[in-house]
Design a protein around this ligand. Structure first.
Ligand code: HEM
Ligand code: HEM
Length: 204
């Protein structure tokens, strides 16, 4: 048995998982961010004007959906859906996780709002996959648009850096600490398979 597994006995006990809606919103948000970033990066490689416009519109659509999904998640958090117990987690880990999650939520709201404001400052209407336009947040201004473009870019790259640290921490929990933190956030099919593999390793 892995030495650290002895101190965190999660094996052969069913993992107490996050609420289904929490898991669905978590992975939907992650996929939408991936979509928004992929479209804006592909846009950099394309020269055709019409295709660039289409890719930017897709980027904005995914970005607005991130804003909606993050808001839904915060509303759901405020409703206090049942959460797995964190009693087995040292206080330092709990504090580090809460701080990272708070920063993630802040950026999940700030990045799309800055992108939306940037589009308004450029005088461009925001559509979400053909639906809209969304309300105009501010008047057209080239100077403000430049500042907002910088802020949106910096906030977006900070969000991605934080996501990297967050995903690394999830892997560390699973592979090094061998606790159920990742298992309880995975969709049931993956969680069941990973736990079965972990149980099989432990039985050897
Ligand atoms: C763009 C990508 C991602 C974003 C924006 C994101 C955001 C978040 C947020 C805000 C939470 C806190 C949920 C809450 O308690 O309210 C969370 C939890 C969690 N995330 Fe992510 N996440 C992302 C990707 C990932 C990836 C790739 C992994 C795994 C490799 C992961 C694993 C987890 C786990 C295990 C938790 C639960 C932590 C706990 O129970 O304390 N996330 N995520
Ligand atoms: C979480 C969601 C979002 C992420 C992660 C994201 C990420 C990015 C990134 C990485 C860039 C490139 C910045 C650079 O040049 O360094 C960008 C540019 C841009 N984004 Fe977003 N964005 C999001 C949401 C939005 C939304 C909701 C809108 C508008 C409604 C938007 C509008 C724009 C615009 C207009 C640009 C500038 C494109 C250009 O260079 O002409 N973004 N975004």
């Amino acid at each position: 048995m892995h030495p650290s597994a002895q101190s965190h006995r999660v094996l052969h006990t069913p993992v107490e998982r996050h609420h289904r809606a929490t898991i669905a919103l978590h992975w939907a948000t992650a996929s939408l961010i991936l979509g928004a970033v992929a479209l804006i990066l592909v846009r950099d490689l394309v020269d055709t004007k019409a295709l660039r416009a289409l890719l930017l519109e897709g980027h904005r659509g995914f970005g607005v959906l991130v804003l909606i999904a993050a808001t839904a998640r915060l509303v759901q958090r405020a409703r206090r859906l049942p959460r797995p117990s964190e009693a087995d987690m040292p206080a330092l880990f709990r504090r580090a996780a809460s701080a990272t999650h708070a920063m993630l939520y802040g950026l999940l709201l700030a990045v799309p709002v800055l992108g939306w404001a940037l589009s308004c400052a450029r005088g461009q209407a925001v559509y979400v996959f053909g639906l809209g336009p969304l309300p105009t947040l501010l008047a057209r201004s080239a100077d403000l648009a430049d500042t907002l473009a910088d802020c949106h870019g910096w906030a977006a790259w900070s969000l991605l850096a934080l996501v990297g640290i967050h995903a690394f921490a999830a892997m560390w929990h699973h592979f090094v600490r061998r606790d159920p933190v990742l298992l309880r956030m995975l969709p049931s099919l993956f969680a069941t398979r990973l736990q079965a593999r972990r149980d099989a390793d432990a039985a050897i």
